[in-house]
Each structure stands twice: as structure tokens, then as C-alpha cells.
Design a protein around this ligand. Structure first.
Ligand code: SAH
Length: 367
């Protein structure tokens, strides 16, 4: 097991080590919702916002956004990445014949020196439930240091949304926690019998396995990406919305927002569902919500211990509080306080970090 609190240098090493690998970038490059949104954002806005401009790409990864900015006519692109992905970006820039415009800088953006202020900052900094990874801190730092007054941020706005998860009739997936537990228990039983053949008996530990895993599933968010808007008991609500050009990133460290949903149908609420959208100029939106094109972020499901039976006209009121995990500042802790009408207030606490992925097939840990 890892110690809970790693020293900052070790954490930074682990984080950038991950992005040095094509394994991480493959998942992002395969995400066509993400790729098409950034492509449209750059090319739809190219003549007024990119052509002849100086662009800074914060966290260039394999260099895709820098290459697009160059192809859209940027005068100069500074593409910064602290990980070994900078080497991959250098190759993409060369093979795309934009080496005369794009300068790759293998550095943390907080430490980089660039020769001039920039007109545009482009960055793909979003994580699960928007804020996981806390990379916007670095983007805001670069903005305050290098962006000209009135300069453009891509994306320009970010919004977190929260809905009430009340799955329809898809019986395979209605009780995600129960199904996950059943799978784990079946695996555990197989393990017990495998170990019996190695002369050790773990059959007395099954109740702890069940207890510890169900506690774990009920305190960690899960990523899902197969839901539709019909799986919500009412319209989603905005939890946070900010302008990337002006927001003070310290407000993202801890914030709370009240909510009040009016229920539109008979439903059994089994959890809360969170996701985000980001907006670019000219109406380009990256929407990771239920029913949208697959994205590697999916939605975050916060399952409830006891489901809530509701009817049209009922109100679900409460507060969501999001803060950084004290043990791992790139992760978040989400606290949900909620009640139906004037019923008993309940509290559920979740970690958004060690995300459980429920989209069969893909077991990635990024986003
Ligand atoms: N822009 C690329 C990669 C996005 S992933 C794309 O859209 O495909 C985010 C990248 O930002 C990673 O490669 C990571 O190494 C880099 N990054 C994160 N924080 C950074 C920082 N403070 N300084 C420099 N690079 C950073």
C-alpha cells in the first residue's frame, strides 16, 4: 500500500511520469468529443482569434493543440509540458511541418521563460468532475504571468453540473453498487478456493471483504458513460460556473453550493450524478453530460446508501461542498447533504480520485 501523504516532489514526479507515456495520451486522443471540440474551437475562431497571434499551449502533451494553432495561422506557439510527452510533441511538430512556428519547452509552466507575452492561452486541463488533477491552478498561473490584458482563454468558461441519478429500466445496470459487489464476491470466492489448494484457508474473511468493499464503493465516485438524460429525476443544476480569464483559482480549492430540484416524475433516486461542460467562443461547447458523445471523463456517480423514492412535485434540497483531498491535492472530496421535502437531512461523503470505472472494457485511470 502507498502511504497516504506523499512529499510534493514525489507527487509531481508521479503525475508527470504518467503523462510521459503514450498510454495516457492514447486515451485522450481517442476521445473524439474532446478532439472535435478543441478542433472546432481553434478552426472556427481562426481568422479573428488565432491567425497572426502568439499562442501559449499549457500542457501540450503530444502537441496536438499547438499543431492545430500553427495550422490555424498563429504567428508563434509556445508549447509547454513538464513531462516526457514534450519529446513526443517535438516529433508531431516536425512531422506536421510547423517547427518554424511551434517552440516546445520541456518545463513546468510555472518555471518556464518565454520571450514575450501571449495573445491566447489554449489548454486541456479538465479532469473528472472538472477539477480532478487541479491543473487549472497551473493554467491560471500562466494566465496571470503571460497573457496580455484582454487576451483569450481557450476554453473560456467552465461549468460543473449535478443531477439526480434515477436510472430507467435498464435492469442490468440499475444497481451499480450491488452488481460491482457481486462481481467482487464471486472473484473472492474463487480466490478462497485457489488458496485452499495452497494450504491456507481464507473462508472466514468473506464478511470483511463484503463490508470493506461496500464501504469503499459508497465513498468513492464512480465513472459512468452510458447514461441518458432519462436517467435523471429532474433537470440538472449548475454547481459552479466560472470565466477562465478572470476566475481566482483559490475559489476552486473549496466551495459549496445549495441546490433545490423539483422532481418531474415518479422515480427512485440512487445517487447524484456530476459532470462538466466547457465553452469556447462562437458557440463551441464540450459537453460531457449524459446522452452526449462518449468522453473519457464520463460522468461521476455518487451512489447513495439508501435510495430516495420521489414523486412529481417533490423537492430534493441540499448542499454540495467540493474541496481538495488533504492527502492528495490533485483529488477532490465531495460532500452531499440532502433531504426530500422536509424529511431527515442525510450526508454522504465521496472521494473523487481513485475513480471506479463502470464503462466495461476501459480501465484507464486518467481524466
Ligand atoms: N494538450 C494535450 C495534453 C493534455 S493532458 C492534449 O490535449 O492532448 C495535460 C498535459 O499537461 C500533460 O501532458 C501534463 O504533463 C501537462 N501538464 C500538467 N500540468 C503542467 C504544468 N504545471 N506544467 C507543464 N505541463 C503540465
Amino acid at each position: 500500500m502507498e502511504p497516504t501523504q506523499l512529499p510534493e516532489a514525489e507527487r509531481a514526479f508521479k503525475y508527470f511520469d504518467l503523462y510521459g507515456s503514450m498510454r495516457a495520451h492514447k486515451i485522450m486522443l481517442e476521445d473524439m468529443a474532446r478532439m472535435e471540440a478543441y478542433h472546432s474551437a481553434i478552426f472556427k475562431n481562426k481568422s479573428e482569434m488565432i491567425a497572426d497571434k502568439v499562442v501559449l499551449d499549457v500542457g501540450t502533451g503530444t502537441g496536438v493543440l499547438a499543431v492545430w494553432a500553427a495550422k490555424a495561422g498563429a504567428k508563434q506557439v509556445y508549447a509547454v509540458d513538464a513531462s516526457n510527452a514534450a519529446k513526443l510533441a517535438r516529433r508531431l511538430v516536425q512531422s506536421s511541418n510547423v517547427s518554424d512556428v511551434v517552440t516546445i519547452l520541456n518545463s513546468k509552466v510555472e518555471e518556464v521563460e518565454i520571450p514575450e507575452p501571449v495573445d491566447v492561452i489554449v489548454s486541456e486541463w479538465m479532469g473528472c468532475f472538472l477539477l480532478k488533477e487541479s491543473m487549472f491552478d497551473s493554467v491560471a498561473y500562466a494566465r496571470d504571468k503571460w497573457l496580455k490584458p484582454g487576451g483569450l482563454m481557450l476554453p473560456s468558461r467552465a461549468t460543473i453540473l449535478l443531477g439526480l441519478y434515477a436510472p430507467g429500466n435498464d435492469s442490468d445496470r440499475t444497481n451499480v453498487v450491488k452488481l460491482k459487489l457481486e462481481k467482487e464476491i464471486a472473484e473472492w470466492k474463487e480466490t478462497v478456493s485457489n488458496l485452499q489448494s495452497l494450504d491456507v484457508d481464507y473462508s472466514g474473511f468473506t464478511s470483511e471483504v463484503v463490508q470493506d468493499l461496500s464501504d469503499y464503493f459508497l465513498t468513492n465516485s464512480m465513472r459512468v458513460n452510458y447514461l441518458s438524460p432519462d436517467d435523471l429525476a429532474s433537470a440538472p443544476q449548475k454547481v459552479l460556473e466560472f470565466d477562465c480569464a478572470t476566475v481566482d483559482p483559490t475559489i476552486l480549492v473549496q466551495f459549496s453550493q445549495d441546490f433545490e430540484y423539483t422532481i418531474s416524475k415518479h422515480a427512485e433516486i440512487k445517487g447524484f450524478l456530476g459532470w462538466f461542460t466547457t465553452d469556447f467562443p462562437n458557440g463551441v461547447v464540450l459537453d460531457t453530460g449524459p446522452g452526449k458523445t462518449y468522453s473519457h471523463w464520463g460522468q461521476q456517480l455518487y451512489p447513495l446508501k439508501e435510495s430516495l423514492k420521489v414523486a412529481p412535485g417533490d423537492r430534493v434540497v441540499g448542499t454540495i461542498s467540493v474541496s481538495r483531498d488533504p492527502d492528495e491535492p490533485r483529488f477532490n472530496v465531495v460532500e452531499l447533504k440532502y433531504q426530500v421535502n422536509t424529511g431527515l437531512e442525510q450526508t454522504a461523503l465521496f472521494n473523487v480520485g481513485d475513480v471506479q470505472h463502470l464503462d466495461e472494457g476501459s480501465k484507464n485511470v486518467f481524466g
